[in-house]
Design a protein around this ligand. Structure first.
Ligand code: ARG
Length: 459
């Protein structure tokens, strides 16, 4: 039999395959509460504007609340034949309250309805991401504060470069997640316009009040163009783009944790709560949470790419292609939230091994730049000459099998006779990091200033 919602011009019902490819109820039931919120706002507006009688509006309102409680209780029977959440809810409403249910769809289409539901859902996820990022940043600030003056090697090319502080390294991630936070807030602010009342694509001849429904649903204003309102999925793409960049940050951090927790590095000890064992090798403690976080960026970025491809060739306004937006966003949101929560837990639980960090900080000629800078500052040499002289001392130390501070003054003087005992003061890693007081530098005093600034930002 033909569809009860739109089957008036149909003699036959859909093929089973048609039903299978067409139905979205399997996933869009996640928007049930948003759908009912949208319908309640629409119905109240239809009453306030005199389009529907108060009696009908009251019946609809009560009916929708009952439908919601059935869905929340898990007793609601979802039907694939009814395609999506919108028609499932409306059909159940009709069963319960009869004729007034059929009046709910006045001045509305599933096109503005689904855009509204989806926006409300995505907006909630932006809010959840904001909370998760604030929590993760707070956890990183605690790590940074505790180890503001703990020395560790800084790397470029994953080769020892210059000593930095643990706090400085943690604060680098605070900057990254801070930008993610600002992207989240920015995306949320931009998307907060109501599509409801755009109807199918052209607006409606009923005297609806779009301002009223926008306000009721917490939107800042109604979207100004009905064609755009029903065909815009920028909000979903901005969400996925923001999630992708943040997942990339999470993945880089996860990669560092994997390296740092290895027996070769021992920079950090991850807690048992965020590690797993091996079924064959009894000694193993694996950083699986970090590895899975590292992998999540793949599916999140995949969702972003998939939705870009769905949208890129669609003529205005709505096309059914757009039904493919939801599963991508649902999956990306679930996994982004999970990755954020797992990273949050790992950061809160992990222990930085101060001794291992310090031992590594002092190896690999990490203070060679400090030596070159000393030659410039004290002996007045051009930096290029200082660089060359220091390089020859590194080569000497390497051939002697020792580090720079282990060379004797006599050995130092073979590279430049002006070198004095004073040079040894700049060869310690503590001195090196303490000297880097330029704004944004690794000196503990700078790190503590940044921790204080960020505590205010997130307060
Ligand atoms: N289930 C559809 C979706 O997710 C709802 C909109 C259907 N609109 C339409 N004209 N068929 O996009």
């Amino acid at each position: 039999t033909a569809n009860q919602m739109w089957g008036g011009r149909f003699a036959a019902g859909p093929d089973a395959i048609m039903e299978a490819i067409n139905a979205s109820i399997g996933f869009d039931q996640r928007m049930a509460s948003q759908d009912i919120a949208g319908s309640r706002a629409h119905a109240a507006m239809l009453g306030a504007t005199g389009i529907l009688s108060d009696k009908d509006v009251e019946a609809i309102r009560e009916g929708l609340l009952t439908v919601l409680s059935e869905i929340e209780a898990g007793t609601f029977q979802f039907s694939t034949a009814l395609e999506d959440i919108h028609m499932n809810v409306e059909a159940r409403l009709k069963e319960m309250i009869g004729e007034p249910a059929g009046r709910l769809h006045t001045g509305r289409s599933r096109n503005d309805q689904v855009a509204t539901d989806f926006k409300l859902w995505v907006r909630d996820q932006f809010d959840a991401a904001e909370g998760a990022l604030l929590s993760l940043i707070a956890a990183l600030l605690d790590q940074a504060e505790a180890g503001a003056d703990w020395v560790m090697p800084g790397f470029t090319h994953l080769q020892t470069a210059q000593p930095v502080t643990w706090g400085h390294h943690m604060m680098a991630y605070v900057e990254m997640f801070g930008r993610d936070l600002s992207r989240v807030r920015d995306g949320r602010a931009r998307m907060n316009e109501s599509p409801l009342g755009a109807a199918a694509l052209a607006g409606t001849s009923f005297p609806i009040d779009r301002q009223m429904t926008a306000e009721a649903l917490g939107f800042d204003r109604p979207a100004a163009n009905s064609l755009d309102a029903v065909s815009d999925r920028d909000f979903a793409l901005e969400f996925l783009g923001t999630a992708s960049i943040c997942a990339m940050h999470l993945s880089r951090f996860a990669e560092e944790l994997v390296i740092w927790s290895s027996a070769q590095f021992r920079f950090v000890t991850l807690s048992d709560r965020f590690s797993t064992g091996s079924s064959i090798m009894p000694q193993k403690k694996n950083p699986d949470a970090a590895e899975l976080i590292r992998a999540k960026v793949g599916r999140i970025f995949g969702a972003n790419t998939a939705l870009m491809m769905v949208m890129k060739g669609l003529p205005l306004a709505y096309s059914k292609d757009m039904q493919e937006d939801k599963e991508q966003v649902f999956d990306a949101a679930d996994n982004w939230m999970l990755a954020l929560a797992a990273m949050d837990g790992m950061v809160r639980d992990m222990t930085a091994n101060r001794e291992s960090l310090a031992a590594a900080a002092g190896s690999g000629f990490s203070t060679a730049t400090d030596l070159a800078d000393w030659l410039v500052r004290v002996l007045g040499l051009p930096f290029r000459d200082a660089h060359h002289i220091t390089g020859s001392l590194v080569a000497l130390a390497e051939s002697e099998g020792c580090d720079l501070p282990d060379l004797t003054l006599a050995q130092m003087k073979t590279a430049h006779e002006g070198i004095t005992e004073d040079v040894f003061t700049v060869l310690s890693v503590e001195n090196s990091v303490a000297s880097r007081t330029s704004y944004g530098g690794t000196a503990p005093v700078q790190v503590r200033a940044q921790v204080a600034r960020w505590r205010e930002v997130i307060a």
